[in-house]
Ligand binder design. Sequence first.
Ligand SMILES: NC(=O)c1ccc[n+]([C@@H]2O[C@H](COP(=O)([O-])OP(=O)(O)OC[C@H]3O[C@@H](n4cnc5c(N)ncnc54)[C@H](OP(=O)(O)O)[C@@H]3O)[C@@H](O)[C@H]2O)c1
Length: 320
Amino acid sequence: MEYTNLGYTDLKVSKLCLGGMSFGSAAWMADRQTSIKIIKKAIDYGINFIDTANIYSSGESEKIVGEAVSGYRSELVISTKGGGKINDFVQGFSRTVLENELRNSIKNLRTDYVDIYFLHTIFDTVDFSDTAKTLSEFVSSGKVGYTGLSNFAGYQLAEFYTVMDMQENIRPVIVQNHYNAVYREDERDAINFCNKHRIAYSPFSPLAAGFLSGKYRRGENTETTRTRTYPVMKSRYFSNEDYDVLESMEEVARSKGISVSQLALAYILNKGFIPVIGATKPEYLDDDIEALKIKLGKDDIAAIEEKYKPHRIIKGTAGY
Ligand SMILES: NC(=O)c1ccc[n+]([C@@H]2O[C@H](COP(=O)([O-])OP(=O)(O)OC[C@H]3O[C@@H](n4cnc5c(N)ncnc54)[C@H](OP(=O)(O)O)[C@@H]3O)[C@@H](O)[C@H]2O)c1
């Protein structure tokens, strides 16, 4: 496994982060037993960075991660998220809600701290000052190591970062946003902002929820368990422009003798980002690990990017 510093810190994280959204009991997910196998196999491969969220399967994902990592906790970097919508009564980014959510996450994860606590999303109506103060106190209390921001637009990152820095004298260390070869809108500003401030950029859905896994072809039946039971997938991907990019990637992958899924991950890794991978089967990890060895040249990147057309902005929902 290869490791990198987490943003401007000296904390070492694996270049692949294992995502926990697929651990649970919905039809497209890995059940508890399979999830534990996936997590243990990832740890055996040297992956030390595991991501989850309080709203993934209503806490079930956090509980599975907590069970799987017991015995290894101090060697791992575990992130979870708060602020997503739980129900009409419990939602938002206030101190009251976030304190309660962090307490529950720590309990679910069978730990007494989380390494990275993310805000799962944000809205312009939120009182940034109150939320930044709450995060700052989480860090001072030792319950949270570092803070992260997810589903933030560039201008929101700039504003929230400034409030954290000027008001609390802390800075977010990582941004987890939607980015892959068929959704590259963060190249406009969020990625530039992260680079400028040495914040780690960690794309979720690096395989476009599986669209870039090699199992979908233009004009063929595109129904799988994931498309049927993870409704946002069809609304995010499968446009003609997405197939144009996918087909260019198939050509590049063929010329290199690798799979499209490996190329999709290598595309993110070669940009210096930390992809949050969504393994639903233990064997997917074998494929993903190989992607670390793939070096892409300028021509490869150009061939992947050539057909991309700007997309409408997709705001991460986090249950809202
Ligand atoms: N912050 C946020 O709002 C947010 C949003 C979404 C996700 N995330 C994070 O990002 C993680 C990953 O998201 P994602 O599941 O959308 O990621 P993804 O890696 O883009 O897609 C995962 C899907 O791709 C297929 N796949 C994965 N590895 C494969 C391989 N080696 N070969 C062939 N197919 C493969 C599987 O599809 P099949 O199961 O159909 O085979 C799997 O369900 C989540 O677990 C979560 O931690 C965060």
